[in-house]
Design a protein around this ligand. Structure first.
Ligand SMILES: O=C(O)CCC(=O)C(=O)O
Length: 252
């Protein structure tokens, strides 16, 4: 894996794929932990507070194979990576609602749910978001016609103005009609990283599709934005020692 090359793609195109970031026994442990916790809670969409007690999932926070790329990304901007938030882990496939026909050649008009994550943020800070990165680890294979994450290549560049202290988001026309739309099918254990404002969506899945989210920010701008995931002393102990340096609040 050429981390510098993947980080460059993340800088320029707004996304990158880290193949096989977690493999073998480690991946099996994460997968088993998901099923165990989902069975306990009787749900397959779990938030941070519901998974923060699961050692196999906390061991993935600041995972070295992911951070090799993320560190190279932050180094480019003269910043240091900090864990900012984890919204949890989920299986978005609902067997009760199987999707209809899907045409993989028409990503523009298909039911992809194209969006910029920032739309859902309270008081988004442009300076904070400039270097914010979201990572998604897939515990199941995804395919171009079944569950693939899709990106609008380079769409993060479209946010270049501010109004009233917030970013001026791209229109759907610019992000979806004017940019190249690219499906990114992955093998289980792979990670997709994308920059804030990078428009993305998902091909409707027809089978189990489990994904865990983990976002990073520059430590230098971490305090500009509110709402980061708070990692308790108990949870810190579940994160392997060399990875704790990414827990900004903890390392202060
Ligand atoms: O599940 C995925 O691949 C993408 C999830 C997503 O679009 C999001 O969390 O904003």
């Amino acid at each position: 894996m050429d981390s510098a090359k993947l980080a460059t793609q993340l800088i320029v195109e707004g996304y990158t794929v880290i193949p096989d970031a977690v493999q073998g026994e480690e991946l099996e442990k994460m997968s088993d932990a998901f099923e165990r916790r989902a069975a306990e809670l009787k749900k397959r969409w779990m938030g941070w507070d519901e998974i923060a007690c699961v050692p196999e999932l906390m061991a993935y926070i600041g995972h070295p194979r992911v951070m090799a790329v993320i560190d190279a990304f932050y180094d480019h901007f003269g910043q240091t990576a900090a864990f900012a938030c984890c919204s949890g882990i989920r299986d978005v496939y609902d067997p009760e609602k199987p999707p209809g026909d899907f045409d993989p050649t028409d990503l523009e008009n298909g039911p992809i749910g194209w969006h910029d994550d920032v739309t859902g943020m309270k008081n988004p800070s442009p300076r904070f978001l400039q270097t914010t990165v979201t990572t998604l680890i897939y515990l199941d294979d995804t395919f171009v016609d079944n569950g693939a994450y899709c990106t609008s290549v380079g769409s993060h560049h479209l946010v270049c103005r501010e109004k009233d202290g917030g970013p001026v988001l791209a229109s759907r026309t610019k992000a979806i009609e004017h940019c190249e739309l690219r499906p990114l099918p992955v093998k289980a254990g792979s990670v997709i990283a994308h920059r804030a404002h990078s428009w993305h969506g998902v091909v409707p899945p027809r089978q189990r599709r489990r994904v865990m989210l983990q976002c990073f920010a520059g430590r230098e701008v971490y305090d500009i934005q509110n709402g980061h995931t708070q990692v308790s002393d108990e949870v810190v102990k579940l994160v392997p020692e060399p990875q704790r340096k990414y827990l900004c609040w903890y390392s202060k």
